[in-house]
Design a protein around this ligand. Structure first.
Ligand code: CA
Ligand code: CA
Length: 299
């Protein structure tokens, strides 16, 4: 399996990044990833400045996928996420939604033992390894790996884990896929602006889909189809994620908008991904079995 080393990383997803590796459709590639602090934290009492959005979340890559052309869709199947042996968290002034009350700084290592996060002597937490940052080159602009958007990026969607499939837009030849910011565990919202940050090895299978329209970014995870939207406010992101799914239901199932809206209001579930990045991210989850009942199958 081809591997991309963790120091082959970028802080911006950009059409002007030079690819560090190439793959063909159907290939499986291993992205070695730093934690979001570039593996710089070695001691809990270490004094590190809280860096701006341009210096967190190194993303390994970008990978050039042969045959991917603007207008295509990049299909990224997460085959495995192999975690390092411990994660790290930090809080302090400016820590996301709670920075105004968490005024004392603290850094905490969280070791992993027997597949559980050892939070303290009392608490062992079940892991949910997920990818915080995964995206392709945006169209005509570069975007910090701290920011989510239509190209993917820092979506912090906890449903992007092992076995899920992420659909991303192709804006430039080769798509230029990059990823990082793995969390061993994170709650919806990511309220203090970090999950259990951890270095990892992500194995993905890449494919190129042509002549297909999907509202992007889109994810298949477990028994759900998921649309993801990032906007200036949670309210806007909720509307956009809903509308993306509405349009998809109309297109995929041939429903009129009213019928699709009713079904979405009955069976769709909105969830917050994160409320702490430069844009807010919301996802709409919809059961795959309903698509299958109409004979629609995701590629
Ligand atoms: Ca993140
Ligand atoms: Ca993170």
């Amino acid at each position: 399996m081809q591997r991309i080393a963790l120091d082959q990383s970028v802080f911006k997803l950009s059409p002007w990044n030079d690819p560090v590796a190439q793959a063909s459709p159907g290939d499986t590639i291993c992205f070695e990833t730093y934690d979001c602090y570039s593996n710089q934290i070695t001691q809990e009492n270490q004094v590190l400045p809280f860096s701006g959005w341009d210096r967190v979340n190194p993303a390994t890559g970008p990978l050039y996928v042969q045959g991917a052309r603007p207008g295509d869709i990049l299909r990224v199947e997460i085959m495995d996420i192999i975690l390092d042996s411990q994660g790290v968290m930090r809080v302090g002034p400016g820590s996301g939604a709670l920075g105004h009350v968490l005024t004392e700084r603290k850094t905490k290592f969280i070791p992993i033992k027997d597949g559980k996060a050892i939070f303290n002597e009392r608490l062992e937490l079940k892991l949910n390894p997920m990818i915080g940052v995964i995206g392709t080159a945006p169209k005509g602009e570069e975007i910090s790996t701290g920011t989510p958007g239509a190209h993917g990026g820092n979506m912090d969607c906890k449903r992007i884990g092992k076995g899920s499939v992420v659909y991303l837009p192709v804006h430039v030849p080769g798509a230029l896929l990059a990823m990082g910011d793995v969390h061993a565990l994170m709650g919806d919202g990511e309220v203090i602006v970090c999950g259990m940050e951890i270095a990892a090895q992500i194995q993905v299978k890449v494919d190129v889909l042509q002549n297909l329209w999907l509202p992007l970014p889109m994810v298949v995870s477990g028994s759900d189809l998921i649309t993801i939207a990032s906007e200036a406010t949670l309210d806007k992101a909720a509307v956009t994620a809903s509308q993306m799914m509405l349009v998809f239901l109309q297109q995929a199932l041939g429903m009129d908008a009213q019928e699709a809206g009713m079904l979405l209001s009955l069976m769709g579930n909105l969830h917050i991904c994160q409320i702490v990045d430069p844009l807010m991210t919301v996802r709409m989850e919809f059961p795959l079995w309903i698509l299958e009942a109409y004979g629609y199958r995701m590629n």
